[in-house]
Design a protein around this ligand. Sequence first.
Ligand SMILES: Cc1ncc(COP(=O)(O)O)c(C=O)c1O
Length: 286
Amino acid sequence: MKDPSNPTVYFNGDYVTKESVSISPDDRGFLFGDGVYEVVRSYGGRIFGLDAHLQRMHNGLCALQIRGIDAAAFGEVCEQLLARNDLSQEDALVYMQVTRGVAPPPRRHAFPNVPTRPTSYAVPFPFQSKGDVTKGVKVITAPDIRWARCDIKSVNLLANCLANQRAQEAGATEAILVRDGVALEATASCFFGVFRGVVRTAPKSNYILPSITRQVTLDLCREAGITAVEAPIFLDEVASADELFLAGTTLEIMPIVEVDGRMVGDGRPGPVQQRLYDLFVQRTRP
Ligand SMILES: Cc1ncc(COP(=O)(O)O)c(C=O)c1O
């Protein structure tokens, strides 16, 4: 990458240097967290799951009634950003953000009376996998204090930030968010357990993000003949799991070896996660 501190970014239709971007203090993303984002990962320049990510962005924009943005057009934006930043052969992430745009004062919670132009921004980063998949990661559990539309990939991530901070302070990688006794997902990844050989993850609902990696993992289970169910994992079952793992664009399929200081199984990655990870690598790498 030419200049990691000042990459070429996409801003409202143009490719410009990051330093040249300025966003209004009246932007509703700044004022209210009124917007959505997406993250895609490219392996050797090939973006994995692009269409699914852009469909989710489209769904989020519709849910928030943010109009005038074609989520599908971000596909070309991602390709351009990788090319313009010499990342076409590299592993990278591209973050895309769309907010409702700049609302003229006076400040009000309701949508502006006049149509606003959404603010759109995208930026790439060179990226290597975090964590060591051969060793696994530690997690904590934390109360899920998020709102009731976790299915929208909103830029308003404060509850996720607070729980993730708690995880970092505890020397852990992630926090598993627990609502009404159910371990739903983590702050930036989804949560799987293996119970008596059956893979389980929370069913889709308004309380979890419809994660792209979650769906890929379920598909891989089916293809590999591993029984998988979409059913709640109760917090009081977690200690009895054969295996636990996280799944997400940045963590891929990452074993959990410790929860709240207690070892999972023998404290090492398990065979089901390892098999799924191997299949995931085959599917994602060019
Ligand atoms: C709350 C939450 N759950 C799950 C995920 C994983 O989603 P995906 O597989 O689409 O990256 C993310 C990713 O950012 C997330 O923020």
